[in-house]
Design a protein around this ligand. Structure first.
Ligand code: SF4
Length: 96
């Protein structure tokens, strides 16, 4: 596949998606390094993580939610550490 100066199609797609989601747009400086997307998770503090839902928004209905396996804790694709299903952060994006 031919690439141009903007990188591969997956990266362009991610950047286009990210620009449409306010929380992700705010997180872009943390996610981009050396001109390529890096799957680097944000700290809870930087994401303003809170253990409670906000206006009906909660982690287990966010597209970045990683359900627990068995009795283990839940996780998140973009925020580090254990994530409670009823929690919330500024990167919240509803499931499509
Ligand atoms: S609300 Fe924040 S911490 Fe929770 S799943 Fe979504 S991005 Fe992760």
């Amino acid at each position: 596949m031919q690439r141009n100066k903007h990188g591969d199609p997956a990266r362009r797609g991610f950047l286009k998606f990210a620009a449409t989601v306010p929380g992700i747009a705010a997180a872009l400086p943390f996610l981009l390094r050396a001109g390529e997307a890096v799957a680097q998770k944000m700290s809870k503090k930087a994401a303003k993580y809170q253990p409670n839902p906000k206006d009906g928004q909660r982690c287990d209905n966010c597209q970045f939610w990683i359900p627990p396996e068995g009795d283990g804790p839940g996780g998140c694709k973009v925020v580090e550490g254990e994530i409670a299903p009823e929690a919330w952060c500024v990167l919240y994006a509803p499931k499509g």
